[in-house]
Write a protein that binds this ligand. Structure first.
Ligand SMILES: Nc1ncnc2c1ncn2[C@@H]1O[C@H](COP(=O)(O)OP(=O)(O)O)[C@@H](O)[C@H]1O
Ligand SMILES: [Mg+2]
Length: 244
């Protein structure tokens, strides 16, 4: 299994949007994916076409879990789930499946509880000053994301508008700061909001949009990371090739 934590010290940057679209993209590439909503905002489901008044199945009712476009969507934001986040997803931490956990900006305890089980964690940021102003907190380890110097701690820049100088400069600045650990840049695209309003996944509502293209690139980068590649099945032919 591979657990990926999506988080940010800043709310409203697109953590939930990234979690949903990453899950959908990985499922479209044939991976067995679980999307787990640990945020009290309860908005992950909207990206999969659920209505606001629909309740997602929790892990304890896993046989009822709803599957959308190959993603099993789980509600893990009840008080008992948040009290023991690992237990909330334990049935899904099986071999081969990828669990994408959407963690709220205030979800420090959830993040810390899941961290030891995580293959990697992705910190979402935007190009606005208020978002980038949290970077010194990360660097000083004052944020709950004290592990951000670790190699499995990666960054995604969302809502980038390359027509604006701040958008271009912020991307350049962040790349200089974290180097290859900036593994995704997603453009600001009204199609993201429109898809949400139409209660459809972005890849279905606007498959040719700029953000959909960015999510495909982002997902392909993620699935190629050594920590997430599925184990290669060894067989006789492989052994013969190795011997040759
Ligand atoms: N790339 C994007 N382009 C345009 N709007 C976006 C983009 N990413 C997110 N949004 C919008 O920003 C708002 C906040 O996104 P959300 O994923 O809920 O943030 P968070 O989980 O960090 O609070 C939503 O209205 C969402 O539609
Ligand atoms: Mg959110």
């Amino acid at each position: 299994m591979a657990l990926i934590l999506l988080h940010s010290p800043k709310g409203g940057v697109g953590t939930t949007t990234l979690a949903a679209n990453l899950a959908l993209m990985l499922a479209s590439r044939g991976r067995d994916v679980v999307a787990a909503d640990f945020s009290p905002q309860d908005s992950l489901k909207l990206h999969f076409g659920f209505r606001p008044d629909q309740t997602l199945a929790s892990a304890s009712r896993s046989d009822e879990a709803q599957v959308v476009a190959g993603v099993r969507v789980l509600g893990c934001n009840r008080p008992e789930d948040l009290a023991d986040p690992v237990a909330a997803i334990r049935p899904w931490l099986g071999e081969g499946s990828m669990v994408i956990a959407d963690i709220a900006a205030g979800g420090g305890e959830t993040f810390r509880a899941l961290l030891p089980s995580a293959a990697l964690h992705l910190c979402a940021l935007t190009t606005d000053a208020a978002s980038l102003a949290v970077l010194p907190q990360l660097a000083a380890g004052r944020s709950f994301i004290a592990a951000t110097t670790a190699q499995n701690s990666l960054f995604v820049l969302n809502q980038v508008d390359e027509r604006r100088r701040l958008g271009r400069d912020a991307a350049k600045f962040l790349r200089r700061l974290v180097g290859d650990r900036l593994i995704g840049v997603i453009r600001r695209d009204e199609a993201v909001n429109e898809a949400l309003a139409m209660m459809e996944p972005l890849s279905k509502f606007a498959p040719t949009s700029a953000a959909a293209a960015d999510f495909i690139r982002f997902g392909d980068t993620i699935r190629e990371l050594p920590a997430l590649r599925p184990p290669v099945a060894r067989n006789g032919a492989d052994d013969a090739a190795i011997r040759a």
